[in-house]
Design a protein around this ligand. Structure first.
Ligand code: SF4
Length: 370
C-alpha cells in the first residue's frame, strides 16, 4: 500500500493512530505567506488537503449540532456594520427584553429533543450588566442540568464575569474576531480588536472553552481572511469552535449592498481554517440559509463539522431543522454524539473508519511500486 500524503488509503489507516497524538501536531506559528499559499492552491488540492487533515482528527461523517437562542434581542449600543441588532440601524427588527429563565430552559428542552447537544444563548449587549448576571447564571445552570453543553455570547467580559460564568458551569463562550486587525476598523468602531482579544483571554483564564471565528463577504480581501485565520490559529490554544459565517446582508445595515461573495472563496476559507486548526470544530454558521445543499455538502467536505440547527440563527433565518436532517441522511452524516465530543476532549477517541470505508479506499488505490 502506498504510504504518502496523496493516498486516501494511507489517510484512513493513519487516522486510527493519529488521534491520540493529535495535540502534538497542532501549530501556533503560522506565517502569512504559508496561509496565503493555502488560499492560492488549486481548489481541488486545497479541498483534498483539508479533507485529509479532517479525517486525521474527526469522524468525517459526524457533524456537531448546536441550537442558538436569542435571549435578548436588538437595541445593542455597538455599531457592527453587518448587524441588524445594532440600535444605530433601522432594520425593522423587533426588540425584546431579556427572556425569562424558565422560557429559556423550555427552549433548551425542545432543542435537546430535536437532537442538539449544545445550547447557545446570545444577548445583544456591549457587555452584561451586573443586574443581568444572576439571571444569566440561572440559565446556564438550568440548561446544564438538562445534560446539554452550554454556550453564551453576551459581548465583552471582564475577568470577574468570566469567573462567575465558569463557576456556573458555562462550557463555551462565543466572541468572534470578525475579520483581520487591518480591516476591523472598517466594520466596528465602538470596541477595539484588543478588547476582543482581552475578552477571549479572560474566558480562557477562567477555564472555559473558546468559540471564536469571523465573517466572510464583508468586502474584505483575501489578505484579510488570511489575517483573521492567523489570529485564531496562532493563539496559544486554538479556539475549540471556529464559526465561519457568510455575511447575511440585511437591509438597513451599512453592509446591505456589499458585493456578492464568490461561494468558492467561502469554501476556501472553511478549508484553510480546517488545515490551520485541525482539532477544532469548524462551524458552518450564519449564511447557511443562502447556501444550496450542494454548497453545504462542499463545506462539510472542506472540513466544516458543526452547524446551528433550528428555526432561527439569532435574528436571521436558518434552514428548517428537518431539512437539515434530510440533508444529513442523503449525505450519510450523523449528528456527533455528545459522548464523542467528551471523549475527544479527553484525548481517548480513536476514529476507526467503518469497514465499508476501508474497503472502498483499498479498492480505489493500489501500490504502483510493487
Ligand atoms: S454583533 Fe453583537 S455587539 Fe455587534 S451590534 Fe450586533 S449584537 Fe451588538
Amino acid at each position: 500500500m502506498p504510504h504518502n500524503d496523496h493516498s486516501i488509503a494511507a489517510v484512513t489507516s493513519e487516522s486510527t493512530t493519529y488521534q491520540a497524538n493529535a495535540k502534538q501536531h497542532l501549530r501556533h506559528d503560522w506565517m502569512r505567506h504559508e496561509v496565503a499559499a493555502l488560499f492560492d492552491l488549486p481548489f481541488n488540492d486545497l479541498l483534498f488537503q483539508a479533507q485529509t487533515v479532517h479525517r486525521q482528527h474527526f469522524n468525517p461523517n459526524h457533524v456537531q449540532v448546536s441550537t442558538l437562542c436569542s435571549i435578548k434581542t436588538g437595541a445593542c449600543p455597538e455599531d457592527c456594520k453587518y448587524c441588524p441588532q445594532s440600535a444605530r440601524y433601522d432594520t425593522g427588527l423587533e426588540k425584546e427584553k431579556l427572556m425569562k429563565v424558565n422560557a429559556v430552559i423550555e427552549e433548551a428542552k425542545a432543542a435537546k429533543d430535536s437532537g442538539a447537544t449544545r445550547f447557545c444563548m446570545g444577548a445583544a449587549w456591549r457587555s452584561p450588566k451586573n443586574k443581568d448576571l444572576p439571571y444569566v447564571i440561572e440559565m446556564v445552570k438550568g440548561v446544564k442540568a438538562l445534560g446539554l453543553e452550554t454556550c453564551m455570547t453576551l459581548g465583552m467580559l471582564d475577568a470577574d464575569q468570566s469567573e462567575a460564568l465558569a463557576d456556573a458551569g458555562l462550557d463555551y463562550y462565543n466572541h468572534n474576531l470578525d475579520t483581520s486587525p487591518e480591516y476591523y476598523g472598517d466594520i466596528i468602531t465602538t470596541r477595539t480588536y484588543d478588547d476582543r482579544l482581552n475578552t477571549l483571554q479572560n474566558v480562557r483564564d477562567a477555564g472555559m472553552k473558546v468559540c471564536s471565528g469571523g465573517i466572510v463577504g464583508m468586502g474584505e480581501d483575501v489578505q484579510d481572511r488570511v489575517g483573521l485565520l492567523i489570529q485564531l490559529a496562532n493563539m496559544s490554544v486554538h479556539p475549540e469552535s471556529v464559526p465561519i459565517n457568510m455575511l447575511v446582508r440585511v437591509e438597513g445595515t451599512p453592509l446591505d449592498d456589499v458585493d456578492d461573495l464568490d461561494p468558492f472563496d467561502f469554501i476556501r476559507t472553511i478549508a484553510v481554517a480546517r488545515i490551520l486548526m485541525p482539532a477544532s470544530h469548524v462551524r458552518l454558521s450564519a449564511g447557511r440559509e443562502e447556501m444550496n445543499e450542494q454548497m453545504q455538502a462542499m463545506a462539510f467536505f472542506a472540513g466544516a463539522n458543526s452547524i446551528f440547527y433550528g428555526e432561527k440563527l439569532l435574528t436571521t433565518p436558518n434552514p428548517e431543522a428537518n431539512k437539515d436532517m434530510q440533508l444529513f441522511k442523503r449525505l450519510g452524516i450523523e449528528p456527533e454524539p455528545y459522548s464523542a465530543t467528551q471523549k475527544r476532549r479527553e484525548g481517548v477517541e480513536i476514529f476507526e473508519p467503518k469497514p465499508s470505508v476501508k474497503e472502498a479506499a483499498s479498492s480505489l488505490f493500489y501500490d504502483a511500486a510493487v
